[in-house]
Ligand binder design. Structure first.
Ligand code: XMP
Length: 504
């Protein structure tokens, strides 16, 4: 495997995904937690960082016992860090060195550069630049503005690149990473969805034996794939619980239950909507709404699960990005996410997380390989608290009905216009605003809704989707004409940051 040492860059996970796309297993660990005694490590990548190497708070680590023994690739800060900590100089760069650049001069004979075109486009994204290299560090590529765009250390399989090969705008970045991972580190490229399923099913059989396992299904991709994978391993010993908190999409509970049954899963559907509506009545504070739903969900799940008296395990669809130990740089909670954390201890169950090593796109590949229907696999993410965080202010069954109807028109429209798979996530927000309108000869005084659709790769950052005007006109008309209680439709054109995807 490849180890990625994380110095806190926003693109660290992307490096991981790129390596996995090369059918190579990798793990992301904090910069100072290299697994020293793990013989299966074939290479190390140092990520970028929000810090400058000369900052007091900059993350530093020793590469003793790593460099020279196994191949190392430093990316951006990673490259600067190796240069700086060996006596090189790193200085603030003029801002024109940001963004797009081209490798003008490079050593095409160098194994890292193999197969790259002259003037290949690369992406720079750091305020600093290496202005002088230590002894034994040799430049292997330059742009017109950055002399040290890439270097190699004499007689060592150690490289640094100032640009980001993992980002899309570095057009041959994948080739460079392939050179490193496959040619230099010698990956056998045997990591695939099929191999993952085979080894995981065998491991689950071994781990679980004849034990009973319960799993909370949400309708989302992760829990669904986890369920199908476990079903393959242990069949009827898996019992799934799907809780309807009343704030799912229109007909979602019914449709998803049917899908699950079609997949041969043993599912208990629990309609707990009345409980949630009564607990949420009159509550307007977003965090309190989230907390009430989180706790209510655990209570309902717990009550159902206790009926399965011989259960030994709780399975969850936790995926790799949820597990990567994050370096806390800002340390603030923006929103408290709702999941079933805390349940296993309370119920005295052992935890089983068969997808904990996978990135989202790998989860999808596994789902396809398991023969799951495409619409379950390509579903947009949907927040645990559901429509509750899309109704600003207090929640009533009537508001949920209005929102479900409007959302249904928007989502069906996206599918009909072939736009659904072009956006990361979409939905409608019910605003706590009424406005005047006219319908026929009547004055109306009704609600406004906002449509939200974003493009993203990981929900960490997102841009509003540039949907066609004709489509928006059509959706707006359909909502106003068919959803009783709505007379105005807006489109949310904020990106994340500074906004978030959901409104609460
Ligand atoms: P924000 O609104 O923070 O959302 O930009 C980022 C992503 O997370 C989803 N989201 C949630 N998912 N439980 C979840 O499982 C939650 O409580 C929750 N809140 C937000 C949101 O839909 C988006 O995909």
């Amino acid at each position: 495997k490849i180890i990625i040492l994380d110095f806190g860059s926003q693109t660290t996970q992307l490096i991981g995904r790129r390596v996995r796309e090369l059918n190579t297993y990798c793990e992301i660990v904090p910069y100072n937690k290299f697994p020293k005694y793990d013989d299966s490590v074939i290479g190390v990548i140092l990520s970028g960082s929000p810090f400058s190497v000369y900052d007091e708070k900059a993350f530093r680590t020793s590469l003793e016992g790593i460099r020279g023994r196994i191949p190392v690739l430093g990316i951006c800060y990673g490259a600067q860090f190796m240069a700086y900590s060996n006596g090189g100089t790193v200085e603030p760069a003029p801002s024109r060195e940001y963004g797009r650049a081209h490798l003008e001069k490079f050593d095409s004979g160098n194994p890292l550069m193999h197969g790259l075109d002259q003037r290949t486009q690369v992406w720079m994204s750091h305020g600093d630049t290496i202005t002088s290299l230590p002894e034994g560090f040799n430049i292997i590529a330059s742009t017109d503005k950055v002399a040290v765009a890439a270097y190699q250390v004499d007689g060592e399989k150690t490289w640094g690149v100032q640009f980001h090969p993992e980002v899309y705008h570095s057009t041959q970045g994948t080739q460079l990473l392939r050179n490193f991972v496959v040619d230099i580190c010698g990956s056998r490229q045997d990591w695939s969805a099929a191999s993952f399923i085979e080894s995981t099913v065998a491991a689950l059989k071994e781990q679980l034996g004849n034990d009973r396992v319960i799993l909370g299904l949400s309708g989302g991709v992760d829990s669904s794939v986890a369920a199908v994978l476990l079903n393959r391993a242990i069949g009827k010993n898996l019992t799934c619980i799907f809780v309807d908190h009343g704030m799912l999409r229109k007909n979602e509970f019914r449709d998803v239950l049917r899908d699950y049954e079609g997949l041969g899963l043993n599912v208990i559907g629990v309609d707990a909507s009345q409980k949630f509506f009564s607990e949420l009545a009159g509550v307007t504070d977003p965090e309190r709404k989230r907390k009430i739903i989180g706790k209510g969900f655990i209570d309902v799940f717990d009550e159902e699960a206790r009926k399965i008296t011989d259960a030994k395990w709780l399975a969850q669809g936790t995926i790799y990005p949820d597990c990567i130990e994050s370096l806390s740089i800002t340390g603030t909670t923006i929103k408290s996410h709702h999941n079933v954390g805390g349940l296993p201890e309370k119920m005295n169950l052992k935890l089983c997380e068969p997808l904990r090593l996978l990135f989202k796109d790998e989860v999808r590949a596994v789902g396809r390989e398991l023969g799951m229907p495409e619409h379950l696999i390509t579903r947009h993410p949907f927040p645990g608290p559901g429509l509750a965080v899309r109704i600003l202010g207090d929640i009533t069954p009537e508001k949920v009905r209005i929102l479900q109807d409007a959302d249904d028109i928007f989502i069906r429209g996206l599918r009909e216009w072939g736009l659904y798979d072009k956006v990361w996530q979409a939905g409608v927000i019910l605003l706590p605003v009424q406005s005047v309108g006219v319908m026929g000869d009547e004055r109306t005084y009704e609600r406004a809704v906002a449509l939200r659709a974003v493009t993203s790769t990981d929900a960490m950052t997102a841009d509003w989707a540039h949907l066609p005007y004709d489509f928006m006109a059509r959706v707006s008309n359909d909502i106003i004409n068919h959803v009783r209680g709505v007379n105005r439709v807006c489109y949310d054109i904020s990106s994340k940051p500074p906004a978030t995807i959901e409104w609460e």
